[in-house]
Design a protein around this ligand. Structure first.
Ligand code: SF4
Ligand code: SF4
Length: 257
């Protein structure tokens, strides 16, 4: 049965919530405005959802220029902030009686057609919601925070008014700096070939890559890889992440304080 439209949270309450959680940027959108790829749309994870709330935390300088242990510490801090904020918002909405699901980037991975993805395409949703635009390196470019936002979201069946409007625009200039900073051919015509990206290849020894890529493409084996990856994702420490295509981009900005 269709629940009558009502708002489980006001715009002011939402603004206070994100301020209390030290989240500098967020955006609320009607899911009808989201054109994310099939299988990665908000309705694919919560059929009854009507609203998506996307938020971003600024990745600090230490994540890019710190020692390996500093980078690891910052990665864990980011994960914790995204997870705790998304969980708190989801729980609040659920207490108001609206089914809701939180989506964070490090968990809920899916392997399909040889590609490792998040369960929800956060950056596509963010772009469709008017939170920024997508660059040729596949990263979201936010008008104020450039490509420095780590994203998470909550999808809910509650109806919340869209906003706040993201001031200004920023777009990829197709300058090709990201492609030049990466393995030749990995970023081409706005597409990132994942099996050439260090953030995947570094975790798979070269000897096993042909088999691993084949397993990722198989209909049933991809499901097995998905299960194994999600089991591993909760305990594997992410370190030494490549960020060359991000830092080479003119939209990689020093965060404003
Ligand atoms: S480096 Fe240039 S081409 Fe690549 S995403 Fe940034 S603006 Fe676009
Ligand atoms: S993260 Fe590194 S390896 Fe992956 S696409 Fe960007 S520059 Fe290339």
């Amino acid at each position: 049965m269709c629940r009558p439209a009502s708002s489980p949270v006001s715009s002011d309450t939402l603004a206070d919530f994100f301020s209390d959680h030290h989240v500098p940027a967020y955006c609320v959108a009607d899911v009808a405005s989201i054109r994310a790829p099939a299988g990665r749309h908000p309705r694919d994870i919560l059929h009854s959802c009507r609203t998506i709330i996307i938020f971003g935390v600024v990745m600090p300088d230490r994540l890019f220029s710190g020692t390996e242990s500093e980078q690891s510490e910052e990665t864990n801090n980011l994960k914790q902030t995204l997870e705790s904020t998304a969980s708190a918002l989801r729980d609040h909405l659920k207490r108001e009686g609206f089914d809701s699901i939180s989506v964070v980037p490090f968990l809920q991975l899916v392997v399909e057609d040889g590609i490792l993805r998040g369960r929800l395409s956060l950056k596509h949703c963010a772009a469709d919601a008017g939170f920024g635009t997508l660059g040729d390196n596949g990263l979201l470019i936010h008008p104020r925070y450039g490509n420095r936002l780590a994203l998470a979201a909550v999808v809910t069946e509650g109806v919340i008014g869209p906003g706040p409007v993201t001031d200004g625009t920023a777009a990829c200039t197709h300058c090709n700096r990201c492609a030049r900073a990466c393995t030749p051919g990995a970023i081409h015509d706005g597409v990132v070939t994942q099996t050439l990206c260090r953030n995947l290849t570094d975790y798979v020894p070269s000897l096993f890559r042909p088999l691993a890529w084949r397993l990722m493409r198989g209909r049933y084996s991809a499901r097995l890889v998905t299960v194994l990856l999600n089991a591993a994702a909760t305990c594997v420490e992410i370190r030494g992440t490549c960020t060359a295509c991000m830092t080479a981009c003119p939209h990689f900005k020093i965060p404003e304080q």
